[in-house]
Design a protein around this ligand. Structure first.
Ligand SMILES: [Cu+2]
Length: 363
């Protein structure tokens, strides 16, 4: 299976017209819309498609995954150490969201595009977000000792992947933290928009608003490995992808090719080992928030960061060799692997959301 995809990728790479600034292949981009702006019917069709993914049997042979939904979560788990705190963070997650959207459309008869969560609208108030509506959205906060979500369409889903790298049956859990969600404030997005280089913009975005989407929902969403076990993950990362695209769009002539950063050696969320927010990213009003209320153990406690041997990766090597990159620096040749869900591509292929590989727009 995987070889078929690799072969496919090689063939299409050879056959694809060279894009020297000519018209890209993308003629009719599909429209990724804010959840807040979807009709009731559009919301239902997205939720139904996600539930369909949860009902389809796994097919990629990834250990522990029972359903197609689990498989997407497992792909993230497998790649976590090389896709966070690194130059490929934004490109990898862009293509990963694409893989999920493709599965909804090709395997679950979903006619729409991946919606995004306009989190700035709900900053400081995630618990009241319409995304958490039990009828039209993703259900609300977790309850009880395990903080399982108690209503909405996903309350009975038994997830086999996570927490962290574990394979255990468990519910989708949340522990909404409105204080941490203040980091989603528009001012933090605006601050990233002002950044002049890819490296500064990516670091800004990964710190905030990225981390506030995770810590504002908390529970499964706060786990750097297994966070895609909460269906909100995909709307959160589509939102982040939109922010990157907005930043790119301010100067497309250079930002369609601008990527750099380390392949390894970063950290993932701006939270120190004792659970406090690290200095440079403490914008907004979250400096007084407790990121792990009820968990005095901090990031190592349940619902927080799992203890994982050998992670974060070494600061001084030896580095894992990434296909397409000559050293520990992220380049346009860097290969993005989503475990055969869709063909491997390079970062160059995903720099343009309306190019030869991707074809969507944010409205
Ligand atoms: Cu991630």
């Amino acid at each position: 299976m995987r070889w078929t995809w690799i072969l496919f990728a090689i063939i299409t790479a050879d056959a694809a017209p060279v894009n020297n600034g000519e018209q890209a292949a993308c003629k009719s981009p599909i429209q990724r819309k804010a959840w807040h702006n979807l009709t009731k019917e559009e919301k239902k069709s997205y939720i139904d498609a996600e539930k369909c993914l949860m009902s389809l049997p796994a097919k990629l042979g990834l250990t522990g995954a029972r359903t197609r939904f689990d498989e997407f979560q497992k792909i993230h788990v497998l790649h976590t150490p090389l896709i966070h705190g690194v130059g490929a963070f934004l490109p990898y997650h862009r293509y990963y969201i694409q893989a999920h959207e493709t599965a909804l459309r090709t395997e679950c008869h979903y006619a729409g595009a991946q919606p995004y969560w306009d989190e700035a609208r709900d900053a400081g108030n995630f618990s009241k977000s319409i995304l958490l509506d039990p009828e039209t959205g993703f259900g609300g906060d977790g309850v009880g000792p395990n903080k399982c979500i108690a209503d909405g369409p996903f309350k009975d889903y038994v997830n086999s992947i996570g927490p962290g790298e574990n394979i255990t049956d468990h519910c989708i859990d949340r522990q909404i933290n409105d204080c941490m969600s203040e980091g989603a404030a528009q001012q933090n997005v605006d601050a990233c928009m002002k950044m002049k280089t890819f490296e500064s913009a990516w670091n800004c975005m990964e710190a905030m608003p990225h981390s506030s989407g995770h810590s504002g929902i908390n529970g499964q969403m706060m786990n750097v490995f297994s966070s895609p076990g909460d269906p909100l993950f995909y709307l959160h990362h589509a939102y982040l992808d939109r922010i990157w695209w907005q930043w790119q769009s301010k100067n497309l002539s250079s930002r369609l090719t601008e990527v750099t950063g380390r392949n390894q050696g970063g950290f993932f969320f701006p939270v120190s080992s004792n659970g406090t927010i690290l200095g440079p990213f403490s914008r907004g009003d979250i400096s007084g928030c407790d990121p792990f209320p009820g968990f005095p153990g901090g990031p190592g406690g349940p619902g927080g960061f799992p203890g994982f041997p050998g992670f974060p990766p070494p600061q001084n090597g030896p580095w894992v060799k990434i296909d397409g990159d000559p050293a520990n620096i992220t380049t346009l040749g860097h290969v993005i692997n989503v475990e055969g869900s869709i063909p491997n591509v390079t970062i160059k292929d995903v720099m343009n959301i309306q190019g030869d590989v991707l074809c969507y727009e944010y409205i």
